[in-house]
Design a protein around this ligand. Structure first.
Ligand SMILES: *Cc1c(COP(=O)(O)O)cnc(C)c1O
Length: 396
């Protein structure tokens, strides 16, 4: 038998989760007939799930958002014909050419990216998303520089290099109760009535602030020029001349961006399950050490199961004793330091545990990835994207 660790990727769960996002948006947009468009964010190899799987599972999304150009080309080769948004924009001239060749829409977040457009021949106009820094201070133009950047892009549009200009920002604190009021105000004040689509929300903003996002007045009801208006599904009674886009990532993968709201409670399903097997079971007397540095000392006689999963598989080394693990369908607890290839579990309270029994590290039937992440002082995002290449992917 080969080493039994596997990561199971559930396409149906991915599609279900996207459907759940659409459902939430539909419920909250009843007052505004225009449904927002959805970029399914698939950066980092679709949060560890695989690009081709994501292209397939997210077929109903309005677009895919990522940042790696090689991954974008893989999407096209896998048959994705709808828009692709490059979240960090172009890094060099080759990227700009890739945007033209593969029909990718770059974010423009700094002056050098505008200069690239100005300096180079652009064979076909490129749709761009201009990014405003509304306080996160990561990417984007400062409010006082935004107008100038927009004018530069308008000029490029008149030269046939830019197809349309949309406006976007990213929230730093969307997981907090009042986390988006201030940045939303900066966005509205800065973008004002400029024509073009609006794109503001990640998973946290969608889940925590759906109504606020969807009812936000992102500008006037003035018509945009034909080149920028793709909002064919916009109900005119909503008086919106632009489309709203949202950018969910983590919730599509069945994890939650909100510490107080588990993904399952919001109707999302685990799409990634990390499984392995017991490779040894032993009795350890009270007061003995288990694992490296004897970090764990048995408080009583204990049955310990050794599992074929370690930090070289992507399980967090800093997961403390007590972190939940499901063995043979029963909840147990990590005991002792995680090794490179193995970890140890207290299975004393469990009915028979034998070599070869199934272990679920996280996911369907096991602890939630958020639960393991929380115990380990990190977030589900990190665990999902950290499963290493040596772990065989099983897609179903
Ligand atoms: C990653 C990312 C998202 C998605 O964020 P989640 O928290 O995973 O929903 C949205 N927008 C940008 C710019 C991102 O980088």
């Amino acid at each position: 038998m080969s080493r039994p660790i596997r990561v199971l990727i559930d396409r149906a769960a991915l599609s279900h989760n996207l459907g759940r996002v659409f459902e939430l948006l539909r419920q909250s947009s009843s007052h505004c007939p225009a449904m927002p468009k959805v970029w399914a964010v698939i950066k980092a190899d679709a949060y560890g799930h695989g690009i081709e799987t994501a292209v397939d599972a997210f077929a109903h999304a309005d677009g895919l958002a990522m940042l790696d150009f090689a991954e974008a080309v893989r999407c096209r080769k896998a048959g994705w014909t709808k828009p692709i948004l490059m979240l960090e924009g172009v890094f060099d001239r080759d990227d700009l050419e890739a945007c033209v060749e593969w029909g990718l829409w770059p974010v423009v977040h700094e002056a050098g990216q505008i200069a690239l457009l100005q300096k180079n021949v652009v064979k076909r106009p490129v749709a761009v998303f201009l990014k405003l820094d509304t306080g996160m201070h990561r990417l984007g133009f400062e409010p006082q520089d935004y107008g100038q950047a927009y004018s530069a892009l308008l000029q490029l549009q008149s030269q046939g290099k830019v197809a349309s200009i949309a406006h976007m920002t990213h929230f730093a604190c969307a997981d907090e109760r009042n986390g988006i009021q201030a940045p939303l105000k900066v966005f509205r004040n800065t973008v004002g009535n400029l024509p073009g689509d609006r794109c503001v929300a990640n998973s946290a903003a969608i889940l925590r602030h759906t109504r606020e996002i969807l009812s936000a007045d992102f500008g006037s009801d003035r018509e945009t020029d034909a080149g920028t208006d793709r909002s064919t599904d916009t109900d005119k009674s909503c008086h919106a001349s632009y489309s709203r886009w949202v950018r969910p990532g983590i919730c599509l993968y069945g994890a939650s961006p909100l510490s107080d709201l588990p993904a399952s409670q919001m109707g999302f399903r685990a799409s990634m399950t990390l499984v392995s097997k017991v490779l040894s079971v032993r009795m350890v007397r009270a007061g003995e050490g288990v694992g490296y540095s004897y970090l764990y000392r048995t408080p009583r006689d204990m049955r310990v199961a050794v599992v074929a999963c370690g930090y070289a598989d992507g399980y967090p080394r800093h997961a403390p004793s007590g972190t939940p693990i499901v063995v043979n369908g029963q909840r147990a607890a990590l005991a002792g330091r995680v090794s490179m290839d193995m970890l140890t579990v207290d299975v004393s309270g469990l009915s028979t545990v034998q070599v070869g029994d199934e272990v679920i590290l996280w996911g369907e039937g096991g602890p939630g990835v958020d639960e393991v992440a929380h115990a380990s002082g990190t977030i589900g995002y990190e665990l999902l994207t950290a499963v290493t290449p040596r772990v065989q992917r099983v897609f179903f």
